[in-house]
Design a protein around this ligand. Structure first.
Ligand code: ME8
Length: 519
């Protein structure tokens, strides 16, 4: 096992409804990163899961005439199935109703209680059930939730409180000492200015319903759902367990490299979460990255607005790899991005059918036609031309360019780097015109070189498209007679030019991305 570890998480999604394009977006982004890090030799822990407690879930269950546990048990498989369909390679899947989580939550709050960070108090104020968020009178906008615009309810409860107000300065110091903790920069500024306004103590328990983790030191109190949910990132890897293997796991993977979240839940992740961890003497994660919203027709796509599509219909039309590609290629990670069927068809036909699919088809066809379906041997005395050198240079730059882009979570930049090679390979074939070289015996050596070089470019491009489009890359390598591309653990060495063995059988196969015609 590699001693370089990498731990990335998605939010744990509410089970009040089925997965949709928004939740799939975060999950795919985390998956592509996890896959890439595995290909660069890291021992990766990629966690996703479900947020199953709280008033909102209890209400959803009631509305559906079910008890909460039966309800969450009915929805959980739908998330698992959706992530399977999208080829999400998570290493674990946590549900907050699992024993391991509940035990960890109780251990955590007991520890904060023992450390003197909790006290009993009285809460009077507003609460937004859909967002599971407490609001003060002044924060409301026209009497509604300032975040989602929906109705709020007035709460009067004797609760337990966490002394969040003591963490204003420690948090500001932490942000300063860890400039990468909140990403991107705009979110960092937003959080700093929020903390600068002063923090209020946080109510951490609820008493007017029971669907939550009981607070171990307070009868009839269940933990506030957010502070239950945030802890999933540590309970999943063994926090609170006595089992030595679980403890070792926690030591191994914590602190997480990235908590991926949408910008809607940044305060929970960048203010409450690190403060909780500081109070418990646990290091905060290295980084919280908040991406933007997917917008359809200018509006945030969300379950409550009723404009949230499920991934299944798009996957059926475009295929899973194209689905994954579209969202990472068309939406800048960290900013809001409009999505539409038109732009998806355009990306599909342009980048996938024309550039990548076509490159593979025409090339594999030519190997069949000119070399009986095997990778040609290039004669030792065949001189390298400038065009050959250019193509090799594109392949040579790719590992570094790709790594630099992925290190800043610039998925578009990473895919563009891969496309530079794909486009140059297409240009190369056009310019070298192997169909002309095939006409004369005198140019047989050159023909072999051109086909070999283009195949090598395809082999390498498949490596760098694999984190986003794992199925297509696996298929390309299979067609080249190569092994399991997903098992690559040193992508940079695998990308060194010239490793495609002469004599390897190449099969043509069906088009990787058959053109789609708009209805
Ligand atoms: O907030 N565009 O769960 P949730 C992009 N359970 N991403 C979107 C999106 C959109 N239109 N809509 C949703 C919760 N998302 C809590 C999290 S974590 C300890 C607890 C994504 O089901 C995005 O990642 O409401 C957002 O933050 C998340 O789904 C909210 O999922």
């Amino acid at each position: 096992m590699s001693d370089r570890t990498f731990y990335v998480t998605t939010p744990i999604y509410y089970v009040n409804a089925e997965p949709h394009l928004g939740t799939a977006y975060t999950t795919i982004a985390a998956d592509a990163l996890a896959r890439y890090r595995r290909m660069t030799g890291y021992d990766v822990m990629f966690l996703t899961g479900l947020d199953e407690h709280g008033q909102k879930i209890a209400q959803a269950a009631e509305e559906n005439g079910m008890d909460p546990q039966s309800w969450v048990d009915a929805i959980a498989p739908k998330f698992k199935a959706a992530w399977e369909m999208l080829d999400i390679s998570n290493d674990d899947f946590i549900r907050t109703t699992e024993e391991r989580h509940k035990r960890g939550v109780q251990a955590f709050w007991t520890s904060l209680h023992d450390r003197g960070y909790l006290y009993r108090g009285h809460y009077e104020g507003w609460y937004c059930v859909p967002d599971e968020t407490f609001w003060t009178e002044e924060q409301l906008e026209d009497g509604k939730c300032p975040q989602c615009g929906r109705d709020v309810e007035f709460l009067r409860e004797d609760n337990w409180f966490f002394k969040l107000s003591e963490f204003g300065q420690p948090l500001l110091d932490f942000y300063e000492a860890h400039p990468d903790f909140i990403q991107p920069e705009t979110r960092r500024n937003e959080v700093i200015s929020f903390v600068n306004q002063g923090l209020k103590d946080l109510s951490i328990s609820r008493t007017n319903f029971t669907w939550g983790v009981p607070l171990p030191f307070a009868e009839n109190h269940v933990t506030y759902v957010w502070i239950d949910a945030l802890l999933n990132y540590i309970t999943a890897i063994g926090y609170g367990s006595d089992d030595p293997a679980e403890k070792a796991k926690f030591e191994r993977y914590w602190p997480a490299d990235y908590n991926f979240v949408g910008k809607d839940i940044i305060r929970f992740h960048c203010v409450i979460w690190p403060a909780m961890l500081m109070a418990a003497g646990v290091e905060p994660p290295k980084s919280v990255f908040a991406h933007g919203f997917l917008l359809t027709k200018g509006e945030k796509m969300s379950k409550s607005k009723g404009n949230a599509q499920t991934p299944a219909s798009l996957v059926e039309r475009f295929g899973v790899d194209a689905y994954r590609y579209y969202f990472l290629r068309d939406v800048t990670f960290g900013q809001d991005g409009s999505i539409s069927m038109e732009s998806m068809v355009q990306r599909y036909n342009g980048d996938l059918a024309n550039d990548w699919g076509n490159l593979c088809s025409r090339l594999f066809n030519m190997v069949g036609k000119y070399f009986d379906g095997v990778v040609p041997e290039v004669p030792a005395d065949e001189a390298e031309t400038d065009e050959d050198a250019t193509l090799k240079a594109f392949a040579g730059f790719l590992p570094e360019k790709y790594e630099a882009a992925m290190a800043r979570l610039d998925y578009i930049g990473a895919l563009e780097a891969a496309w530079d090679l794909i486009k140059d390979a297409n240009r190369y074939i056009e310019n070298q015109a192997p169909w002309n070289l095939a006409k004369s015996e005198d140019t047989a050596g050159r023909l072999a070189a051109v086909i070999y070089n283009a195949l090598e470019a395809v082999r390498i491009a498949a490596l760098f498209t694999a984190p986003v489009m794992p199925n297509t890359s696996a298929e390309v390598w299979t067609r080249l007679g190569l092994g399991d591309i997903i098992a690559t653990t040193d992508i940079a060495s695998s990308a060194v030019w010239g490793q495609l063995p002469a004599g390897s059988p190449v099969s043509k196969g069906d088009p990787l991305f058959p053109r789609i015609y708009e209805d």
